[in-house]
Design a protein around this ligand. Structure first.
Ligand code: SAH
Ligand code: SF4
Ligand code: F3S
Length: 466
């Protein structure tokens, strides 16, 4: 997955005295969101974000544990940062090194053993204590803070800073739910992010209002199981019955300035009627749904503990498409789960053909410590996984290109996000999340303009104003 840094997204006051923090983000969108919240929390202590690690007094790696490769990358990066710290030390400058995110949670103290240069380790449920941890580390203490939420971190984290939000652009992430109780047998998330917790409605609305006031037009609600979100609703100050994500989306759409809403990632078992109805009745909700199935084989789905069949998934998609015919489907797939036969893999290819995905992510199964599937004796050979992944990805790319091509000639609403790579161009996103390039005369950043798609080479669309 992509890694990115935070600077450039944050207007940095140019004070010589300011301490600098470099945050490198691995993994999912929730880590991107968390990195921003951590930078905001540290800003109160005078830390300014930088995208030059060699300038940073504090380097944070916000890590991902989902597959072995993702987790191992962290240790090679720590080696590079240690070398950089030595160079800085020769110039008389100190550097603190911190590991946050899911590797921090999964490995804790072990990180200090493998990488003694690390000064602090902070898990995702304890980010509100980061400023205090950094103060202790600056005083020379090695700190590991991975104790499970004793208090609600969101109540203690400072709100997103207006200047930072403005510099990050017109789209924003907002975590509404964190953790997972599903325990798919391949997955570390229930161990690294803890059990499922939903943020209260009032907290979410307040944060969304703040984002809107800072110019955000599109909000993507995040959760490991975002559609399992639930909370106490409120009308005219009176508490109402429990809301699901559908009701929350309607509430957020009322906020002036918020024009577009998205949510990710959903589990098929938690797609309720109200949420499906929102796709029909709420114009602000974009017609795009990331709904992972992982495998098309019922035998493998059972071994994965997904608790639904391929037929259940297809029926669900029929209902969603009945509500919103132009919805684009996205998914995640794992090939080479223990015991996966040729026939099981063919069932995955078949479900992909039946659904027709606009976008998808596919991975080779990676055994993860502490998960049941890692203990399974029927591990699939690497070469078999490679071959299956190639075939699956070829099919998925074909579908993605066909979907993009099907949009040529169509009029769409385009949210303009930033200048394009070439002078005179602007880039935005289609309702289906594809990047769209348009002439700058079409409108300015934050405008939603009517355009017609003219061509669709690969997954980037070109459009002209109408
Ligand atoms: N519900 C989560 C899923 C997180 S993991 C969410 O909010 O996104 C994202 C994807 O990584 C999963 O859907 C799965 O396809 C893949 N994945 C998880 N564990 C994996 C493993 N051990 N090996 C390979 N891929 C894995
Ligand atoms: Fe992992 Fe499954 Fe939970 Fe998704 S639903 S986070 S894949 S355990
Ligand atoms: Fe990775 Fe943790 Fe996200 S393991 S995918 S960073 S929830």
């Amino acid at each position: 997955m992509d890694t990115e840094t935070l600077a450039g997204q944050q207007a940095a006051p140019r004070e010589a005295a300011a301490r600098k923090v470099f945050v490198k983000t691995y993994g999912c969108q929730m880590n991107v969101y968390d990195s921003q919240r951590m930078a905001d929390a540290l800003a109160a202590d005078g830390y300014v974000a930088t995208d030059a690690p060699e300038d940073a007094d504090l380097v944070l790696l916000n890590t991902c544990h989902i597959r072995e490769k993702a987790a191992e990358k962290v240790y090679s990066e720590l080696g590079r940062i240690r070398d950089m710290r030595e160079l800085r030390a020769r110039a008389g400058r100190e550097t603190l090194i911190g590991v946050t995110g899911c590797v921090a949670q999964a490995e804790g103290q072990e990180i200090l053993r493998r990488a003694p240069a690390v000064d602090l380790v902070v898990g995702p449920q304890t980010y509100h204590r980061l400023p205090e941890v950094v103060r202790k580390a600056r005083a020379g203490e090695k700190v590991v803070e991975t104790d499970y939420a004793i208090e609600d971190k969101f109540e203690h984290l400072p709100a997103p800073r207006t200047t930072a939000v403005r510099s990050r652009g017109v789209t924003a992430f907002l975590t509404v739910q964190e953790g997972c109780d599903k325990f798919c047998t391949f997955c570390v998330v229930p161990y690294t992010r803890g059990s499922e917790v939903s943020r209260p409605v009032a907290q979410i609305v307040a944060e969304a209002e703040r984002l809107a006031a800072a110019g955000v037009r599109e909000v993507t609600l995040l959760g490991q199981n975002v559609n399992a979100w639930h909370g106490e609703g409120a009308a005219n100050g009176v508490k109402t019955r429990q809301w699901g994500l559908g009701e929350l989306l309607f509430r957020l759409a009322e906020i002036p300035g918020i024009a577009r809403l998205r949510y990710t990632t959903s589990h098929p078992r938690d797609m309720d009627d109200a949420l499906i109805a929102a796709h029909r009745d709420l114009p602000a909700l974009m017609p795009y749904l990331h709904l992972p199935i992982q495998s098309g084989s019922d035998r493998i789905l059972k071994a994965m503990n997904r608790r639904h069949t391929a037929a259940d998934y297809l029926r669900l998609i029929d209902r969603i498409r009945a509500a919103r015919p132009d919805i684009a489907m996205s998914g995640d797939f794992i090939v080479g789960f223990p015991g996966e036969s040729d026939a099981d893999f063919e069932a995955t290819m078949e479900i992909v053909r039946e659904v027709g995905y606009a976008q998808a992510f596919s991975f080779k199964y990676s055994p993860r410590p502490g998960t049941p599937a890692a203990e399974n004796a029927l591990q699939v050979a690497e070469a078999v996984k490679d071959e299956r992944l190639q075939r699956l990805q070829a099919l998925l790319s074909e579908q993605q290109a066909a979907f993009a091509q099907s949009l040529v000639g169509r009029r769409i609403g385009l949210l303009i996000e930033k200048p394009g790579r070439h002078p005179g161009q602007m880039v935005g996103r289609s309702p289906w999340l594809q990047p769209v390039i348009v002439d700058e005369k079409a409108g300015g950043i934050g405008d939603i303009v009517e355009v017609r798609i003219t061509r669709a080479p690969a997954n980037t669309l070109f459009a002209e104003p109408v």
